[in-house]
Design a protein around this ligand. Sequence first.
Ligand code: GLC
Length: 677
Amino acid sequence: MTKDGVNGTAVEMIEGIKNEGFQEEAAENHGGQGEPNTSSLVLSPNREESAYTQIKPYAGMPKEVLLLYSNQVRYRLPRELLFWLTIVSTVGLVALTSAVIAMSPRCLGWWQSSAVYQIYPRSFKDSNNDGIGDLKGIEEKLEHFEYLNIKAVWISPFYKSPMKDFGYDVEDFRDIDPLFGTMQDFENLLASMHSKGLKMIMDYIPNHSSDKHRWFQLSRNRTRGYEDYYIWTDCTPPVPPNNWVSVFGNSSWTYDEVRDQCYLHQFLKGQPDLNFRNPRVREEMTDIIRFWLDKGVDGFRMDAVKHILEAQHLRDEPQVDPNQPPESVDSESDLYHDYTTSQLGLHDILRGWRVEMDKYSREPGRHRFMVTESYDYKEISKTMMYYGTPTVKESDFPFNFYLIDLPNRLSGDGAFDLVNLWMTNMPEGKWPNWVVGNHDKPRITTTAGTEYTRVINMLLLTLPGTPTTYYGEEIGMENVNVSESEIQDPFGKFNPNMSRDPQRSPMQWSAEENAGFSQNKTWLPIHPNYTTVNVESQKSDSGSVLEQYRALSFLRETELPLHRGWTCFVHRDADVFAFVREMDGFPVAFLVVLNFGGDALTDLSGVLELPDELKVRVGTSGREGTLLHKSKIDTKLGEGLVLEYSSNQRLHPGHGSSCFVSEKACYLSALDILYKC
Ligand code: GLC
């Protein structure tokens, strides 16, 4: 088909296309001036429109015809309708998608939704029967975490080490100590953990290396490029350069004959402090982070971070007791550590590592987790700084060690004070966490008394945020007695009262010989109570510490208010600490009543938002299903209750200052979804 343009109005039609109306009209126009032309037609311009409109639309019609048809109402209307419909639905969809995105609360990260379980690898499971735990042993026991519904496991150091501080003195940051296995064993363990949905958190020890580390050997020999890898200064032995003392006691300076200078060690003399003011050291240490992230580890527990930098002027630190004779100053507690801890620049270093880790966190579900270890005791604001600022990220959380102090203040008021301390000091938008024990602190079951084991686990697992469980706490393991002559821990050798051996005894798996940990003499004694306090026996006892731990661990995951709801403190006295976990829109809420004193009857009738009757969902003494009246909640010494109730009344709107929430979300029951509110 050809056309001569609109003005020419000559339209040539493809042969074979019949268009009766068009032909008729054309014949009329020619008005007997010869034969009607069936293959080409010329239309008079002023009749163009009416002529065209008589043509029935057909495929392939010329543009002019098409345009005339398309202007007809019956074509134009549906077309415009469709056009606007498309626009409206596109805009609608974009708006809906944006609204859904804007309304969706953040999903909790893996490090928020599961408890973190700490393994001290020497003591978890011995696979080769040398009396010391190892990586293959951990792999053998992975089903323990599935059983406990734990998805995140932190393993204390397994780097190559002379073991002066049992792995916290690292000889090679890129190698595995043969005591624990090989790099292949590590890779196998990591792969097995990942295949079971478990995350591995490694210990990262930036402050110091071992004196056996290659860098230290090069540095003491003043090898070019390595001279300033550590903190060296002139000294005249036996006089140290200043009064600084090591965390483990005595001067933190040791004279090195090879270099004829003193080097700084804030821990053992076998743990020289790295010099983080040297950019090469910083780069080396960041590279080690990359090395393990490349291998696939999911996060780091960053050791002793407050010690990373020291003042360069090396002035004496002020004495706590100015009248103490300076020559008797030999303990950490004798000095204010103004020049050896929390120095300016520390947070920049940590934030740099965060940036590095974030580069590995981009895939969904692959967030690389960072937790910092720093004991700041009375200076909680210093601890909180490790959370970073609203705009600059640092650790996901700094470990919260305050509950370790609970046995010293064992009461409802004490528990409230320690929990409230963290919640009121934590920066807005951050995620809390709770620790009741670790490899450095006496086991809480021993310090608080076994009668409080269950209620402490209940506190840990019902508070908002991430709980950390030190291996054995799930079965109520206690400190073991280690005679002075058998002390292994260097801290214990300085001061037997400070020995950390008692809390590092082998895990009690069963009532078999050596508690099922090893078939050989174990590196530390096993607690004699292992015949009853062990995983196997407790699995078959529905009322055991282990089974209660497990029930709470599942409850915490499955019940939204416990997982990420509000926490409102409702009661505290000498015996009892009680709080509510609730979520807007969620039909069920929980009242947690914990007894840290003696037998008590708690009257919560003043809490109007609570219904009169509440049902025990989990109890430390097996009262599940029992109905209790809110005016008479009876608990015995060391008893804990998670009470469930249905109500549309929420506490948090009316009790602002006693209520806290992180990762706030509301529940829409009609759609069974969470939304931002
Ligand atoms: C941390 C560790 C502790 C170790 C010290 C030195 O505090 O938890 O066990 O001895 O750092 O690395």
